[in-house]
Ligand binder design. Sequence first.
Ligand SMILES: NC(=O)c1ccc[n+]([C@@H]2O[C@H](COP(=O)([O-])OP(=O)(O)OC[C@H]3O[C@@H](n4cnc5c(N)ncnc54)[C@H](O)[C@@H]3O)[C@@H](O)[C@H]2O)c1
Length: 253
Amino acid sequence: MTDTTQFAGKTVIVTGAAGGLGRAFAEGFAARGANIVVADMNDAGSAETVALVEKIGAKAIAVTTNVTEKASTDALMDAALAAFGSIDVIINNAALYATINRAPFYELDPDEWDRVMAVNVKGAWLVSASAFPKMTQATGRIINIASATVFSGSPLWMHYVASKGAMIGMTRVMAREVGKTGVTVNAIAPGFTLTEASLSVMDDAETYGVSSRAIPRASQPGDMVGTALFLASEDASYITGQTIIVDGGKEFI
Ligand SMILES: NC(=O)c1ccc[n+]([C@@H]2O[C@H](COP(=O)([O-])OP(=O)(O)OC[C@H]3O[C@@H](n4cnc5c(N)ncnc54)[C@H](O)[C@@H]3O)[C@@H](O)[C@H]2O)c1
């Protein structure tokens, strides 16, 4: 049964929560009593997420945020503190994903490479850097949303895969740098999951990769939420620097 008070009084900032996985994280923590900060550049989508969270009975604000700019990530923390008084959980979920140009590594556009790294790598760093000094030190949580493509080596996505591999490395560094405070830093590496974004990537999205999974069904955004809730919980206070692959048990090469 859902403990609707598990995260009562805690503030969870979810970047890229205007839809997709980010919205699922926002709803999952809201259902357990957390205050939610929706940080995205997509104001219309953010407003929808806020409305969904409020429907659950939790509090939420939307803060227009560009994770590639330090002034913006600093302002995000100030807005969260002003609204709710603490910063307890950061979910670094914002990324360039479905909209990126794909090509073999020998044909990738260098500007596209920089664009992806700016959001997926620098963005996660800047959000974490702005958050850490202001977050609840004894029990704070940073959760980075990486990707199982790091382990499958998905062709034509090298810039994206490299960005998510960087997140896994950053997770370990950050975990070691802040471990003494009680703040933990972990990553979730989702397999291909049905979101509006991923559905736009391929025609056979509903069945893509299903046959190579131990649990042979499509992955839904809600499938990622339990791992985030666990990593944010007191039960996970001795787990840090780790990456948990959540992909239904996919077979890798
Ligand atoms: N859907 C999948 O199959 C899948 C699989 C593995 C990992 N992931 C990861 O999960 C996360 C969410 O994926 P999704 O499918 O929900 O995609 P999505 O495109 O719906 O979510 C990404 C969000 O990030 C926001 N964003 C982009 N640039 C930003 C910026 N500069 N500042 C602030 N926000 C910005 C977008 O507006 C969007 O709402 C991403 O990190 C993605 O890489 C997704």
